[in-house]
Design a binder for this molecule. Structure first.
Ligand code: CA
Length: 382
């Protein structure tokens, strides 16, 4: 999918073309790609070898000063780019090798919605939620690049007399932001919250595909295992974190523990959910939400929390925000919430949906002002 990136964020991706099938690093500029390996003679010796790699992973092994040197050099190349490769016709690849993958649960409205649906007799938030960014370890090996078809997963579901088995009947999406980490840490050394940004290379959009029926039978309220691990899609373009505007940190009451106080504010981005139903020609927008207004915990706090026990950061670690939901129905980031657990179908163009049907294509978009994030798209197949 061709996107107009303008010239402000200069996102990184990995692409190939029919006349040169080698995957290589590119920079999104307008509706074109700057082939960084072809321009590598304009980079310093230290950056040149990294720019000729087949993924961004080599950069993620380096530190923030190298990243800033790269962004700055790329800015100069983009100002006078020479030959450009049209996005149209280029094939995009997974931009980095995912090391560890953590999915957080940092939107208060989303957590409360799920609590109301699955624990109706209890307060919607568990008492720990306001004291730490809750998360779980996901499956890094099934993180796929935008455009990869999503095979409807099979598994156990709740049946009338014990489990039934078959394809998920409640396949869902989750609208999330992802953060690509690098600049390794040593085992046993937590990252202070004020240094967290030294480890955040870039930002991707994430669709955390979820099989609600498999999740609901695995664990209450919702299991984080096979109902999640079949696929997670990320955008093909990684936008430099340092080039994106941060909003004011959210008001947090109660005040979190000292190790979570500080760091950078959330990203000010407007996010959209689009769904093209099977057989429809055009997608319909079914949701819109502002990330900064709807996320309680920031990426800085998430990095500080996930390392506070001494766990390491590895180059290529991916952390996702958790489903981003605002206060209105039109701002919810999953079909589970939009259709209130399948009880209230939503209108999508000419048809209605509770959960996804085969052939449905979901696209998540993000932008603010003229700044555009790489979108993430996927079509459900049987
Ligand atoms: Ca999620």
């Amino acid at each position: 999918m061709v996107q107009d990136f303008g010239n402000e964020t200069l996102p990184y991706g990995v692409f190939s073309t029919s006349d040169n099938p080698r995957p290589r690093i590119g920079v999104g500029l307008g509706t074109s790609i700057v082939d960084l390996s072809a321009a590598s003679d304009r980079l310093s010796t230290g950056l040149r070898e990294l720019a000729n790699a087949e993924a961004l992973t080599a950069f993620l092994h380096r530190d923030r000063s190298t990243w800033e040197e790269l962004h700055s050099a790329v800015g100069e190349i983009a100002a006078d780019p020479g030959d450009l490769v049209p996005q149209l016709g280029a094939t995009m690849h997974m931009p980095f090798q995912v090391a560890d993958y953590v999915d957080f649960y940092s939107s208060r409205q989303h957590a409360e919605n799920v609590g109301r649906m699955f624990r109706p007799d209890d307060p919607p938030l568990l008492p720990n939620w306001l004291h730490m960014p809750i998360g779980y370890h996901g499956r890094s090996g099934t993180v796929v690049v935008s455009g990869t078809p999503i095979t409807r997963p099979h598994g156990q579901r709740r049946g009338e007399y014990g489990p039934s088995f078959g394809p998920s009947q409640r396949l869902d999406i989750e609208l999330e932001l992802g953060f690509v980490l690098g600049n390794s840490t040593h085992l046993g050394e937590p990252v202070p919250v004020d240094n967290a940004a030294d480890h955040i290379f870039g930002v991707v959009l994430v669709n955390d595909w979820s099989a609600r029926d498999i999740q609901a039978w695995e664990y209450r309220p919702l299991g984080p295992f096979l109902g999640k691990s079949f696929a997670t899609s990320v955008s093909a373009w990684v936008t430099p974190y340092s080039r994106l505007t941060k909003a004011k940190p959210p008001v947090q009451d109660p005040t979190p523990l000292p190790y979570l106080q500080g760091g950078e504010g959330p990203l000010d981005l407007d996010l959209e959910v689009w769904l093209r139903p099977a057989a429809a020609d055009e997608p319909s927008q079914i949701g819109a939400v502002n990330a900064a207004q709807s996320l309680y915990w920031t990426p800085s706090q998430q990095v500080a929390h996930l390392t506070v026990n001494g766990a390491t950061i590895r180059p290529g670690d991916l952390i996702a925000s958790g489903t981003i939901s605002g206060s209105e129905r039109s701002e919810f980031g999953s079909l589970l919430e939009m259709s209130w657990n399948g009880t209230e179908p939503i209108e999508v163009g000419e048809v209605t949906r509770t959960f996804l049907e085969n052939g449905d294509e979901v696209t998540l978009r993000g932008s603010v002002g003229g700044v555009v994030l790489g979108e993430v798209s996927g079509t459900v197949v049987a």
